[in-house]
Design a protein around this ligand. Structure first.
Ligand code: PBG
Length: 330
């Protein structure tokens, strides 16, 4: 078979030239991941010596405080120096009062981690859904999640996290005005250096499914559409982010990550703020499930998705893959 090379001889630009060999590819690579980009979410439960795997999230565990400390130390060994804590209390009630119990799992874990692994930065998720018996992210009146009374509860939770020593408070409830209310309360109590990472553009997503198993936080009736964002909207995400920044957010977040890379990219470009993206439980579970079936290469899928999230504009990536990815990089 003869190949006519006449046309290609005139090529002056050969984009393939820089794709030859890993050293050259590394030299011209635009997006880099580093272990300190990652934040590892941890689910802290009551008890001692508890390390219970979440069935829909292989490699992710419910951890008692002592086990959480071990996990944080191991993560730091991998180069992951920040964690995001979720609480799994034994006691749930209508108003989520365990969320501001100073002896609850999150508050206890913050104190223990700060004491035992002081170099690690601790962020805490602030929401009521893990603490309410109905599983909604706020207080219910007449089958409605009511905004302002919920904000009062969130402020109590945030304050108790700050008192325990949290470095970053991360409200994930999507109530209006909670960032400003939390900022004001923190400042009044002398916590002006405690940062706020706002789940600013948080969508009503099916990809939180495995998390709700991990945190036992699925709503017992209805859904979260009256407070989480419609997946169809992107301009609205910019308004959410603008409002949270206005109210004092230090870091803004887009969540989930992969299905919302366009939103992430717009948020980063528009505001030039420290921007986090959350690769959520369902994104993680999908890769795990496909890999377990032998349908996808897990390591490459992990690195490709994380790189894409970074390329789209994330400064911080919250991911259950934090430790594995950190090890893969170094
Ligand atoms: C609490 C909260 C959720 C997630 C983070 N914070 C669940 C939800 O909103 O239903 C999801 C995280 C994940 O899926 O990994 N409101």
């Amino acid at each position: 078979m003869s190949i006519d090379t006449h046309a290609t001889m005139k090529l002056t630009k050969r984009l393939r030239r820089l794709r030859h060999g890993e050293t050259l590819r590394a030299l011209v690579r635009e997006t880099r991941l580093a272990p300190d980009v990652f934040m590892l979410p941890l689910f802290v439960c009551e008890g001692e010596g508890v390390r219970r795997e979440v069935s829909s999230m292989p490699g992710v565990f419910n951890l008692s405080v002592d086990e959480a400390v071990k996990e944080v130390r191991a993560a730091a060994g991998d180069g992951v120096r920040s964690v995001l804590l979720f609480g799994l209390p034994d006691h749930k009630d209508a108003v989520g009062s365990a969320s501001y119990d100073p002896e609850a799992p999150v508050q206890s874990a913050v104190r223990a981690i700060k004491r035992e692994v002081p170099g690690v930065l601790v962020a805490t998720d602030v929401c009521l859904c893990e603490y309410t018996d109905h599983g909604h992210c706020g207080i219910i009146v007449d089958n409605e999640v009511v905004n302002d009374p919920t904000v009062d509860q969130l402020v109590r939770a945030a304050m108790s996290h700050a008192v325990a020593g949290a470095d970053i408070i991360a409200p994930s409830d999507m109530m209006d005005g909670r960032v400003g209310a939390i900022r004001q309360a923190l400042d009044e109590r002398g916590f002006e250096n405690t940062a706020i990472m706002a789940y600013a553009a948080k969508y009503w997503s099916v990809f939180y499914g495995p998390f709700r198993e991990a945190a036992d936080s699925a709503p017992k009736f209805g859904d979260r559409q009256s407070y989480q964002m419609d997946p169809a909207n992107a301009d609205e995400a910019l308004r959410e982010v603008a409002q949270d920044i206005e109210e004092g957010a230090d870091i803004v977040m887009v969540k989930p990550a992969l299905p919302y890379l366009d939103v992430l990219s717009r948020v980063k470009r528009e505001f030039r703020y420290p921007t986090a993206a959350y690769q959520v439980s369902g994104e993680y579970a999908m890769i795990k499930a496909a890999a377990r079936n032998g349908w996808i290469d897990e390591r490459r899928a992990m690195m490709e998705t994380l790189t894409s999230i970074r390329r789209a504009g994330a400064d911080i990536i919250i991911t259950y893959y934090a430790r594995e990815a950190a090890r893969a990089i170094s």
